[in-house]
Design a protein around this ligand. Sequence first.
Ligand SMILES: *Cc1c(COP(=O)(O)O)cnc(C)c1O
Length: 432
Amino acid sequence: MAEATAAAPDLASALIAENFSRDPAGLLQIGGLSLTALAERHGTPLFVYDADLLRRAYRALRAAVAGFAEVDYSVKANPNPAVIRVFHEEGAGAEIASGAEFDAAVRAGVPPQRILFAGPGKSAADLDRVIGGGIGEIHLENREELLRVATAAERHGTTVRVALRINPGATAQGGAMRMGGKPSPFGFDEEELSEAVAAVEGQPRLHLVGLHLFAGTQGLKAETLIGQWAYGLALAAQIARQTGRPLETIDLGGGLGIPYFSGDATLDLDALRAGLPPLVETVRNDPRLAGARVVLEPGRYLAGPAGIYLARVLAVKHSRGSRFVITDGGMHHHLAASGNLGQIVKRDFPVVAVRQGEGASPCTVSGPLCTPLDVLARAAPLPELAEGDLVAVLQSGAYGLTASPTGFLSHPTPAEVLVDGDGAVVIRARGA
Ligand SMILES: *Cc1c(COP(=O)(O)O)cnc(C)c1O
């Protein structure tokens, strides 16, 4: 899923140096707080997020794209209202994909007009909920949905601002997931762009304000993202030419990546910034685009690095020459780390021992579920471990708990804790 390039040999150490710390006794800390103490207080397994790291990612990206785009937050990456609130307080609007995510964003304080609704299957009930709640914009992805939104708008006696999500055509530059020309359930195919524009324009309750292009997730190369965004601007101009009105919104999606595996590059924000002037020029020089709000809506990039998934060792088993560290945490809370969410070749997330021990040799870190799929790492270089020790999965702030099959084996869901300043607050209780 990621584009591997030669880079840091030991991702976990680099991440600890950059985002976390160890106390004088070698125990891992987050935001200056002891993970050991947090595990004692809140139980394991446990998700812990550092609000400062959330803010740091947001500010770095906002600074990199300043003058070109504003940065919203894609709620599905981590829908905890406390996390949404951190980004909202930084100035982010929200991209949501369900009625419940709309409610979470509103609960976090995001004004409804700063929320936009994307996703390939929006139900009439969810449309009623968000239109009734005064949502800012709905992104249309197919013909039935277009009509469903028009009908819902009619029911509410209102006009809905909409944008067209476009699945780019074969000429589009490649992205992390091969951008152009593929069949897709998401959005209107580019070949149908003008028909889709005409269909929206024929609906008096729909006000077409923009374009939405989301070309793929986990992009680690600045030049790929720049290429996708340039393509988005060209499609936006095409829509505006057809409607004869300037666009109000150009949503270039999310998809900015973070390193998960040794060898992954880190997205180079300086390179991203350096690639923007031609795009800024394109927008400025086209009167149909010059007044539009250009929006990015990343999730992973903003939330991923700030989170740790903490699990406690239940047993260490040596089986025919292999060491298995069996923990209370697993794929039921963290499907992505188990390699069963979006990976073709399963590779290990950065997993470290909370207590820095002597030596390190590869081991398999597995979970409590009755399936061989329940593995958090296949060859993690960990020190000697024993029952009661803690292991930490880094890069776990996005697509963790809510992207996992929490019902499988009926273990309670873990608590989520947000570290901010010198305190830690429970933002989701265990079992809730
Ligand atoms: C999932 C999603 C995002 C966020 O993707 P990331 O890869 O986490 O940045 C943004 N926009 C839409 C429409 C999405 O579906």
